[in-house]
Design a protein around this ligand. Structure first.
Ligand SMILES: Nc1ncnc2c1ncn2[C@@H]1O[C@H](COP(=O)(O)OP(=O)(O)OP(=O)(O)O)[C@@H](O)[C@H]1O
Ligand SMILES: [Mg+2]
Length: 280
């Protein structure tokens, strides 16, 4: 059995310089973070995962892929001098808007808050941005893309170029239903093979497992898919506290449950990326 996606098959044979052809051969070190419903903790998780990987010695880039909303710099209290807007306008290349986030020891490409035009990029522009990101990614051990909620064109394209899409859900029924919809629509677009589940804000491990199993059952019954559970993150009041103080949780409360859970996921992903790399 082959593990190539439909989109990969469709792209086979297209010329390498075709801007709309997915750059599947690249992006082996790229992890996308997505969700069906908004507000489940993607940005906090993306920041903390980037931080955990950086602390383990990896060279990490966090890309704010929630185009137009600039989540990452808001949570970290950064004032980006240059951001994606400069890239979209053609003023700067993507590598020129990378900023080093000293406290976390990783690099960031910031979005631009309230820039509706960024979220409504024409496909060609979006493909160029993705290709530039995949170029830049070659200089890093890991690239994390914090995506917007839902499964729009931007999400599909970015997710398809990643080696793994971590789909974040909580145990709220609407979050679960939307996670299922994400997998269903993503599957129709040929990208679900790389989706793994992260249950965030789990009241306990037992509850978190239950949430995952509910989602798994629906995927098995209706889609014949078995997205794996990549990890669970506890519901933890220190998360809100660290966001309020615009300080990463691994600095403010490194030994709290949610921080340790993300560190576990970072270890899982490190192993997975090593396998992908070894497989060539
Ligand atoms: N593990 C957790 N424990 C407790 N609260 C959490 C946890 N994870 C996230 N939160 C809460 O969820 C809120 C939303 O988080 P965040 O902004 O990262 O979500 P998001 O999915 O990126 O949202 P959006 O879809 O709007 O981009 C945070 O402000 C925080 O209070
Ligand atoms: Mg966000």
């Amino acid at each position: 059995m082959s593990d190539t996606t439909t989109a990969e098959k469709q792209s086979a044979g297209k010329p390498a310089n075709n801007p709309t052809a997915p750059a599947f051969r690249k992006g082996k070190n790229v992890i996308a973070v997505a969700s069906g419903k908004g507000g489940v903790g993607k940005t906090w998780f993306s920041i903390t995962l980037s931080h955990a990987l950086a602390r383990s010695g990896k060279k990490v880039l966090l890309f704010d892929g929630d185009l137009g909303l600039a989540n990452v710099d808001v949570q970290l209290g950064l004032m980006a001098k240059r951001d994606l807007n400069d890239v979209i306008r053609g003023r700067l290349s993507l590598d020129k808007v990378i900023q080093h986030y000293e406290e976390g020891g990783f690099d960031i490409i910031a979005g631009r808050s309230g820039q509706a035009s960024l979220s409504a990029l024409p496909s060609q522009r979006l493909a160029m941005l993705r290709d530039q990101l995949l170029e830049v990614a070659e200089k890093y051990d890991v690239v994390i893309i914090d995506l917007g909620a839902g499964v729009d064109r931007t999400v599909r394209m970015m997710s398809a170029s990643a080696t793994r899409t971590l789909l974040v859900t909580t145990d709220e029924p609407t979050s679960l239903t939307d996670a299922y919809a994400f997998i269903k629509l993503g599957n129709a677009a040929g990208m679900s093979k790389n989706v793994g589940i992260v249950v965030n804000q789990a009241p306990s491990n037992v509850e978190g497992e239950k949430t995952y199993k509910t989602l798994l059952k629906a995927c098995e019954n209706f889609l014949r898919l078995k997205p794996p559970l990549v990890g669970m993150v506890a519901h933890d009041p220190r998360v809100k506290d660290s966001i309020r103080h615009q300080t990463p949780i691994l600095i403010r409360s490194p030994n709290t449950d949610a921080a340790e859970d993300v560190e576990d996921i970072a270890r899982v992903m490190t192993k997975e990326l090593a396998k992908v790399k070894a497989a060539g």
